[in-house]
Design a protein. Sequence first.
Length: 365
Amino acid sequence: MRKSVVLLLVIFILTAPCSIVVKPVFAPSVIENSWATMEPMPQVDALRAAVVNGKIYAIGGVVNYEYDPVANSWTAKKPMPTARQYFGIAVYQNKIYTIGGSWWDSDIGRVQSNANEVYDPLTDTWETMEPMPTNRSGLNANFVKGKIYLMGGRTVGPQYLTVALNEVYDPASNSWTTKEPMLYPVVAYASAAVDDKIYIIGGQDEFNSPINLDLVQIYDPETDTWSRGASIPTIVLNAAAGATTGAKAPKRIYVIGGTLDGSDEGTNIIQAYDPENDTWTFGASMPTARAWLAVAVVDDLLYAIGGSPRLILSFLKTNEQYTPIGYEEPQQPEPFPTAPVAATSIAIVAVVGVGLLVYFKKRNH
């Protein structure tokens, strides 16, 4: 009898681990070079976007929303102290810097700003920093090796003026310096930083000819020098750009949307630049044609947020996700044991156990 009890305990111990069925975890399927519609923004304005700890912050005018790509949800945050549009935005040590920009004054028209305000997502607070030396808007900010670079844009004086300025902000010392100006002055361009170089793409200088430019101006902060890349195939203004890192998709700069040369209507084209080979390709068309949009990159997925379909600005709440060319999810290890394996193991151990019980009972009799 004691042997039978011991044997039953052995069978239980053997079968217990096998009876735990681990269900495989399947990541959502992704198709490279394709679009998906995500949860729209609750409120609209002329936006810029930045990423901190996997969350996207869409900021502009009186709007500051945090978007969680995993939960596909939006949360309202504290807006900028100085309500502005068309400013530069960059991240340093998990804080978001919004620099320059402009706003509309009904009495005097568009006012150019030199404001420099930093947002801390952790505390949902803003702080005022040293202003940019030159008031201007229609520019972007790019972060490279501890510095934030503000290039080009439009100033205001006796008249509007498109500039080639390259003013550099050091967040660590809260100070500014001036570096080598751009090859050509531009406003309303797209830009991104890849491998510590800054790419200024397209844009316009409406006070000189040609007005709209197909240029790719490449700045190397290490040497403080400029060079030119292959021209963008289709001239666009007021587009936005985001760069993939090479982790899940090849390194590319994606120039998304914008207005076409000579048109006030937004476009849905995507142009992808390969910095290594200095070549261009086209991606799948964006579902919603628009310009003046914001683009953010999380895990090598691009999010096109907001924007307007035409120059008479009527901003959209649209949020569309783009899976870039060559995107691949890391392979997930096979869960073990799977349900069929567990069931088979239980059956085999059970049969063996019953056989041993019968054997010992006969032997005892």
